[in-house]
Design a protein around this ligand. Structure first.
Ligand code: KIV
Ligand code: ZN
Length: 525
């Protein structure tokens, strides 16, 4: 049934399992931006969300299904008709679509979460998959917590799902508990004992709680899986999911061992990883395999000596294979459009003419303040170009005053999209604290600051600082980020982005409520 037995499908769940992790939630435009990047990267399936989770999730899946061509667009559903029908509606306009139905099967989940006996699980799996098949040709079934399910019962569930019409069966290690040899054995057992398994695609979905998600996914592939579920930068519940860039580069670098390939354009890995990091505000650890800052750095004398003789002494991947085209070429205010365009392209970004012109204007403005612009500065300009939550508030002016041992003062002047102007002064423990307080007073939004960090995006004394702010408001986490050569300004802009996200989500919730009231009025009329 699997048409090309040596090809492994890459199922990306960054927008669903990845987005579920704390601090990684994305707005609809951000999800669309990531989905487009995933399509360019060459993933086979994009799991765009869990439509039953919220109206926003439904609309995001719908938008991705309408606007992103190429990959199969998939939505997740619990094993009940309402969820399944919701996914069918959300993915209806996709060029290629899939419904992904999941149901927990382990004794622990049956007893504590579902309070269901084995025969109820079998009945539910059969009816859920059958309903999904009535609505869509392509149906995936996942027995949640498969790796902790009694093996004979798991085989029964998988056989039932296949008989009901599942075209892909995914085996999740939901809590990141399994180890490679045990997991390979589980796949071999299923392939040997489940009727009809040769007619479907077997998939693997691993979490990283014990740091083995990539190893467990690879071992499943050796044992017969032909789809890997993974996320960019390995983001996901708790310790995260199997990292897409790591598992893909392992298959590619060790192709003589695995004899398998994927459709991933590996030179898109680094830009996609950076894009996601900038959108979610989750930094990539320096030592992260494949895309971390240090992945291609050689510090020790012995290693540097070896590298000078031949790169293969200490490097098993070439930076350019993953789209990392670092250069020591420095741009400045005399650099023209041509040089700037070449650098943007070499860094792996494709901008349309409108975006390019805007980023070039920002480049020129920055080059007036900063003598030399490095790759990090250019990446920051491109990634921030449309990543931030625009309006409704804009910062017209910020002035701060601070003295050692004294109280700092900040004055902010803001303009609102509805025409209001607001000006406030506040004092604080340092200029950043004072600026945050002045912004709260001016906008009337009081938040609890959870984290604030600043990091240089490039080199030199006049390096730009990227500020990231994480706050809590009404039991939800919001984040904002901004880049500037002035770190107090960058902190204030990041804080204002948080305020804007809060206002935008409040406006979204209000219009959702109004739509619901209007719908009730229509139904009761
Ligand atoms: O980890 C898990 O079990 C999941 C399923 C919904 C596939 O994410
Ligand atoms: Zn998962």
């Amino acid at each position: 049934m699997v048409a090309h037995p040596d090809r492994v499908m890459i199922f990306d769940t960054t927008l669903r399992d990845g987005e579920q992790s704390p601090g990684c939630s994305m707005t609809r435009p951000e999800k669309l931006r990531v989905a487009r990047a995933l399509a360019e990267l060459g993933v086979d399936v994009i799991e765009a969300g869990f439509p039953a989770a919220s109206r926003g999730d439904f609309e995001a899946v719908e938008a991705v299904a309408r606007e992103v061509q190429g990959p199969i667009i998939c939505g997740l559903a619990r094993c009940n008709p309402d969820d399944i029908e919701l996914v069918a509606r959300a993915v209806a306009d996709a060029q290629h679509k899939r419904i992904h139905v999941f149901l927990a099967t382990s004794a622990i989940h049956r007893q504590y979460k579902l309070n269901m006996a084995q025969d109820e699980i079998l009945r539910l799996a059969a009816t859920g998959v059958a309903r999904a098949r009535e609505l869509c040709e392509d149906v995936e079934f996942s027995p949640e917590d498969a790796s902790r399910t009694e093996i004979e019962f798991l085989a029964q569930v998988v056989e039932t799902a296949i008989a009901a019409g599942a075209t892909t069966v995914n085996i999740p290690d939901t809590v990141g508990y399994t180890v490679p040899d045990e997991f390979a054995e589980l796949f071999r057992y299923l392939r040997k004992n489940v009727r009809g398994i040769e007619n479907i695609r077997l998939s693997v979905h691993c979490h990283d709680d014990l740091g083995m998600a990539v190893a467990n996914s690879l071992t499943a592939v050796v044992a017969g899986a032909r789809q890997i579920e993974c996320t960019i930068n390995g983001i996901g519940e708790r310790a995260g999911n199997c990292s897409l860039e790591e598992v893909v580069m392992a298959l590619k670098t060790r192709s003589a061992f695995f004899n398998l390939h994927t459709n991933i354009q590996t030179n898109r890995l680094y830009p996609t990883s950076r894009l996601l990091s900038s959108i979610t505000g989750q930094p990539i650890p320096r030592n992260k395999a494949v895309v971390g800052e240090n992945a291609f750095a050689h510090e020790s004398g012995i290693h540097q000596h070896g590298m000078l003789k031949h790169h293969s002494t200490y490097e098993i991947l070439r930076p350019e294979d993953v789209g990392l085209q670092r250069s020591h070429l420095v741009l400045g205010k005399h650099s023209g459009r041509h040089a700037f365009r070449d650098r943007v392209k070499a860094l792996g970004f494709e901008l349309d003419e409108l975006e390019f012109n805007r980023v070039f204007e920002e480049f020129k403005a920055l080059a007036d303040k900063k003598k030399e612009l490095f790759d990090g500065d250019i990446e920051a300009l491109v990634l921030r170009a449309e990543g931030s939550a625009h309006g409704p508030w804009t910062l017209a002016e910020l002035a701060t005053e601070a003295r050692t041992g004294g109280t700092a003062r900040a004055i902010v002047r803001l303009a609102h999209a509805d025409g209001r102007l607001a000006e406030c002064t506040a004092t604080g423990d340092g200029p950043v604290d004072a600026a945050f307080k002045a912004l709260e007073a001016a906008t009337g939004i009081q938040v609890v600051l959870r984290k604030f960090e600043v990091q240089a995006v490039s080199e030199g004394e006049d390096a730009q600082g990227e500020a990231r702010v994480y706050v809590e408001y009404n039991q939800r986490t919001y984040r904002g980020a901004s880049v500037s050569t002035n770190i107090v300004e960058s902190a204030a802009r990041a804080f204002l982005e948080v305020i804007n996200r809060i206002e935008l989500s409040q406006a979204g919730a209000r219009s959702q409520k109004e739509r619901a009231t209007a719908a009730t009025a229509v139904t009761s009329a």
